[in-house]
Design a binder for this molecule. Structure first.
Ligand SMILES: NC(=O)c1ccc[n+]([C@@H]2O[C@H](COP(=O)([O-])OP(=O)(O)OC[C@H]3O[C@@H](n4cnc5c(N)ncnc54)[C@H](OP(=O)(O)O)[C@@H]3O)[C@@H](O)[C@H]2O)c1
Length: 327
């Protein structure tokens, strides 16, 4: 097996790279010329770096070189313009699939990172299951669903589509904001704390990704990859506060306050030219009743369980943020 990993320098991809190298799986990584290599600097001596971009089909074909398996972690989770989500998550995936198909069968399997956002929102009473018709509510979610449809069109490789919910853990800059808010003695209570969430700890996700590269039952399957624990953002913030030993006062963020927050963040992103996860397209996700999925198909068919508890995952994230001076 030789793997080509896209998005290797990103949050999720860097953990997938750690997992591949820990198993001594020969790996090549796709980086753009100016990709930040901070997370993976210590790993660069152990991988082949192939320069390319999802927007460059010829470069992708060259990057396929001698690989037998592809893990596609590259994606746009934030964008300055709606079109940018589709350019990366849909059209970029189309180019990747075409480059794989051009190898005429040498690439045996593609593991594709999609998202619960492609399926749409669901509550704890009725969690999202893979057989449900997808109903994405955001442009990000629609672009991830469109990316999945590109993967379904692959002709000369087996595919596996993984749909994680929100991912947290070391190197993540999004949940970091929650840790920082708690450190400032504020406990955000979004929509009365009612929104139920599935989460996945990033090392559990990486284990599932690498497991799906070779598990025979995973071929042609779509899986939610999540901890079986369902929580609210308020419970997560309370656990962070307990582990940091800080007192907090509630910061109510009712539904009507979320849209202006998103609009202001989007305006700031445009001014600075730096995309932010919070934007008006994100608002439908924030006001959804829940983001809960059922990971039982993955367990039943592959034996993979995302076993890290919220308590353990927060402890490991906190330790990393402190060690790296992020908090
Ligand atoms: N984080 C989550 O909570 C979460 C939840 C569900 C699903 N996902 C999915 O997991 C995947 C990874 O997310 P992440 O959180 O790790 O994101 P991330 O940290 O922002 O990393 C994104 C990666 O994609 C690469 N990339 C973006 N555009 C590219 C292009 N045109 N050509 C080549 N590479 C490109 C980036 O490379 P550069 O550094 O060069 O920009 C980076 O390596 C995404 O597909 C995302 O949709 C994430």
């Amino acid at each position: 097996m030789k793997v080509l990993l896209t998005g290797a320098n990103g949050f999720v991809g860097s953990h997938v790279l750690d997992n591949l190298l820990a198993r001594n799986i020969p790996t090549a990584i796709l980086l753009r010329p100016h990709s930040d290599r901070g997370f993976i600097e210590p790993r660069l001596a152990h991988v082949e770096v192939r320069i390319g971009s999802l927007n460059d089909r010829d470069g992708l074909e060259r990057a396929m070189g001698d690989v037998t398996h592809v893990v596609h972690c590259a994606g746009a989770t934030k964008a300055l313009r709606i079109a940018d989500f589709h350019a990366v998550n849909q059209i970029g995936t189309r180019h990747l699939v075409a480059a794989i198909d051009a190898q005429a069968g040498r690439v045996q399997r593609l593991v594709h990172l999609s998202s619960l956002a492609a399926a749409g929102s669901a509550t704890a009473d009725s969690p999202a299951r893979e057989a449900d018709p997808p109903r994405p509510v955001s442009e990000y979610g629609r672009s991830k669903l469109a990316g999945e449809q590109e993967v379904l069109g692959a002709r000369h490789t087996e595919w596996v589509i993984l749909r994680p919910p929100a991912v947290y853990g070391p190197r993540d800059g999004e949940f970091l904001r929650l840790f920082q808010t708690v450190k400032a003695h504020l406990l955000p209570v979004v929509r009365g704390g009612r929104q139920a969430l599935s989460l996945v700890y990033v090392k559990d996700l990486a284990e599932a990704v690498v497991g799906c590269l070779s598990h025979p039952a995973a071929a042609g399957r779509t899986y939610f990859v999540a901890s079986p624990q369902v929580i609210s953002a308020r419970e997560m913030a309370a656990e962070i506060a307990a582990q940091m030993s800080v007192w907090t006062v509630p910061l109510p963020l009712p539904t009507f306050a979320l849209w202006p927050v998103c609009a202001v963040q989007e305006g700031w992103s445009r001014l600075t030219g730096r995309a932010n996860v919070l934007s008006r397209q994100k608002y439908p996700e924030l006001r959804a009743p829940g983001w809960v999925c059922d990971p039982s198909r993955l367990k039943a068919e592959t034996g993979v369980v995302c076993a890290t508890t919220l308590k353990e995952g927060i402890a490991q994230s906190l330790a990393w943020y402190r060690r790296e001076g992020w908090l």
